[in-house]
Design a protein around this ligand. Structure first.
Ligand code: ADP
Ligand code: ZN
Length: 720
């Protein structure tokens, strides 16, 4: 009899043994269906010696039910799943689930049914039908997705199918993606770019692990360099994965990709329709998807023959996943490249200190692009000390910045104001009684959004309409907005430059690819004079007429004592500064601050990147922070505060006594209440060499917690 070990898709169980029925052919990595109690579960056939399972006698083994008709997960990917689970102290099944991503794609056939409007008018109109007709113009998706889109029940839509208002369309999930053309529009590279491209091409041909740090100033043309490596992979018939930090970047990237290769790449992100997800997944496992451009979740997909990985804007915080499996996609990308024996290119104008240090240590090969492409110069950066150059009362823009914007408007050029705060004001209070609007579910103020007339929590989504009277003292007309958000800056700009055409760019205002596309087109045509935005505008865009960038509050990110505050501020300001003067006209950047002496601000003003990295390395060395030491966090949460506190104390009370490991806390987490859960935190600082993960696992495995308590481990946490 043959015993088969499965990684089962059930985090609580993890690994189970089964019996292989007569005549069923499997191999390691096969995706199978197995019985579990009265139910059926998905599982992956694994090497028995690599996974521990509960001892079950032969006689008790149940037989596997079915092998799914998808290619088995390759050994390279199985090793990556093991590594990730091990390193991030996550359940293996949770990691494996990211590889299978779309279990629907595994089971269903090669077609699926979607629905779209027929154009037929309903003979019986109801408010729901009217809403659906309105919302579903041009849409095609499953009933469930359409229901979500239109905000009506599935029943309403089924009724519309019956009435001939919606019609079914059969979608072929195996229709191939069009072939990318490596030579479609190859650019002439400048000598620096050519040197970079040559190195990438050689490594791609070599099919060996080769990590690169492509360290190029903003506007140096990094994309064109790695596009040449993609062209090479295409010639060789291998797949390419390009990870981008945010969906917002994609629109711009897709246009450039299509311009270069003649067709769009295959997209992978969380808001794909289920049929798009199924189609992409199938094409990826079959090797038909050549270039996949995705958010971090694309990293674990079962590529048939990966030849190259690119991580663009590799310093971006959004590569760090902060729930579920808490992994850093930038770091795992390098590990995947190692397992797959392929090159990986980390591209950035402001690399993370960790990446710089690895380059310095010779682990990564650093390739520099020190100049902007096409003779454009880097912008002139200066500091506006808000203590000396005071904005008018009730305003936030200093006279010098206002003057600069007036000049740009007169010359037909564009200005960009950066403030990383959505909404109108971060805090609203009652002038009469001092009441502050706070989120009932989170340790956070409610942020006023004037466009929508609501107060909103940016952590849990809780929203209320802005009330007429104070809910505490009942006084009318008493609410005061404290501090600026982008909407308030937009009001200020409307007052000082009434004739200017202003665009506010945040995830509230630009939340679809179409909206982003329309904004980019308008900005490129010169139909916008002033862009006001959050970090959404800091990168990726190339507007030749944009010659002035104002950083409204450079101190914003420095508050709060976050370990990475300085680095993040440096990156954001350098990136947004990089939007200025990318065309023929030189750019100017004004940084408003109350702390011009802070090392990060001084380094930005002096344009002295090395000074920043030196200061940052010094600070991190003193804190035992990465890359010199390691941090981990244990977050304990529960809806019951006492329960959370008790569990955190229990963990703290059994802290390991280890010479290389120091445990701080427990203390209330920085967000002590988040989405209705009370949170406590322990921080762990360890020497580089310590077996941090093993110690944490053994420590926590020995404890049990009440049902309602969640214990999350965050290895290499991003912010704390
Ligand atoms: P980065 O990503 O390094 O900030 P980009 O890749 O966005 O820079 O390049 C800046 C601009 O220069 C883009 O508009 C790009 O199309 C253009 N560019 C870069 N390299 C070339 C080239 N070799 N030929 C033509 N245009 C180029
Ligand atoms: Zn909240």
């Amino acid at each position: 009899m043959k015993r088969v070990r499965l990684l089962v898709f059930n985090a609580a169980l993890g690994v189970l043994d089964y019996r292989l029925p007569e005549g069923m052919a499997i191999e390691f990595g096969s995706v199978v269906i197995a019985p579990l109690g009265p139910r059926q579960v998905l599982g992956i056939v694994w090497e028995a010696e690599r996974l521990k399972a509960k001892e079950v006698p032969d006689a008790k083994l149940r037989p596997l039910l079915e092998v799914l008709p998808v290619p088995p997960l390759r050994a390279e990917l199985r090793r990556l799943i093991e590594w990730t689970a091990d390193y991030y102290c996550a359940p293996m099944s949770a990691v494996a689930r990211m590889a299978l991503a779309s279990s629907a794609a595994l089971r269903g056939g090669t077609t699926t049914t979607e629905y779209r409007l027929t154009g037929e008018e309903p003979t019986r109109m109801t408010p729901q039908r009217a809403a659906a007709l309105d919302a579903l113009q041009g849409e095609q998706a499953t009933i469930r997705e359409l229901a979500e889109l239109a905000g009506v029940s599935e029943g309403v839509l089924r009724g519309m199918v019956g009435a001939g208002i919606l019609e079914p369309v059969t979608v072929d999930l195996d229709r191939p993606y069009p072939a990318a053309l490596p030579d479609f529009a190859a650019p002439d590279l400048n000598p620096d770019q050519q040197a970079a491209a040559d190195a990438f091409i050689a490594a791609t041909r070599g099919h060996a692990f080769a990590p690169f740090l492509l360290d190029g100033v903003t506007g140096s043309g990094k994309t064109e360099c790695y596009f040449e490596a993609i062209a090479e992979a295409l010639q060789l018939g291998r797949q390419v994965l390009v990870l981008l930090p945010e969906i917002a970047l994609t629109e711009n990237f897709l246009r450039r990709f299509e311009h270069r290769f003649g067709v769009p790449p295959v997209l992978w992100h969380s808001s794909l329709k289920s049929s798009e997800r199924r189609r992409a997944w199938r094409a990826i496992v079959q090797g038909q998807a050549q270039v996949v451009v995705g958010a971090r979740s694309a990293l674990f997909l079962p590529y048939a023959n990966l030849g190259l990985i690119v991580v663009d804007e590799a310093h971006e915080v959004s590569f760090k996943q902060d729930d579920g499996v808490r992994y850093n996609a930038r770091d795992v990308a390098v590990i995947r490249a190692r397992f797959e024996s392929v090159p990986v290119i980390l591209a950035s104008a402001t690399p993370a200190l960790e990446s710089m240090q690895l380059a310095e240590a010779g682990v990564y090969r650093r390739i520099a692009l020190p100049d902007r492409f096409g003779g454009a110069t880097l912008p002139e950066i200066s500091v506006v000390d808000l203590r000396a150059e005071v904005p008018e009362r009730g305003r936030w823009l200093a006279p010098r910045l206002v003057e600069g914007m007036k000049q740009r408007l007169a010359r037909g050029e564009q200005s960009l104001l950066f403030l990383n705060r959505r909404g109108y004001a971060p805090l609203t209070l009652c002038r009469h009684c001092g009441y502050r609007f706070q989120c009932p579910n989170c340790t956070a103020w409610l942020v006023e959004h004037r466009f929508s007339g609501r107060l909103a929590c940016h952590h849990c989504g809780h929203e209320v309409p802005v009330p007429e009277v104070c809910p505490e003292c009942g006084t009318g007309d008493c609410l005061v907005a404290c501090g600026p958000g982008v909407e308030r800056i937009a009001d200020e700009v409307a007052e000082i430059l009434p004739e200017a055409r202003v665009a506010v760019v945040t995830s509230d205002t630009l939340n679809t690819p179409e909206a982003i596309g329309a904004f980019v087109a308008a900005a490129e045509e010169g139909a916008i004079d002033v862009i006001i935005g959050t970090q959404l505008v800091t990168k990726g865009y190339h507007f030749p007429e944009l010659t002035l960038v104002g950083v409204v509050d450079a101190d914003l990110g420095l508050e709060g004592g976050d370990l990475r505050a300085a680095e993040r501020t440096y990156q954001q300001v350098a990136q947004v500064a990089g939007r200025a003067g990318r065309g023929e006209k030189p750019g100017e950047v004004l940084i408003q601050t109350r702390h011009p002496e802070a090392p990060v601000i001084a380094a930005l003003a002096a344009g002295d990147r090395d000074a920043f990295y030196d200061a940052e390395a010094q600070a991190r060395r003193e804190a035992g922070a990465p890359p010199f030491g390691r941090w981990a966090a244990i977050i304990v949460s529960s809806e019951d505060q006492a329960e959370a506190q008790m569990a955190a104390r229990a963990i703290g009370g059994t802290r390991p006594d280890h010479p290389d490991i120091m445990v701080l806390g427990p203390a209330p987490a920085p967000m002590a209440l988040l989405r209705g859960r009370y949170r406590y935190r322990l921080l762990i600082n360890a020497r580089r060499s310590a077996e941090l993960q093993r110690v944490i696992r053994e420590w926590l495995d020995a404890l049990t917690f009440p049902q309602g308590v969640r214990v999350n481990i965050d290895i290499d946490p991003y912010s704390f």
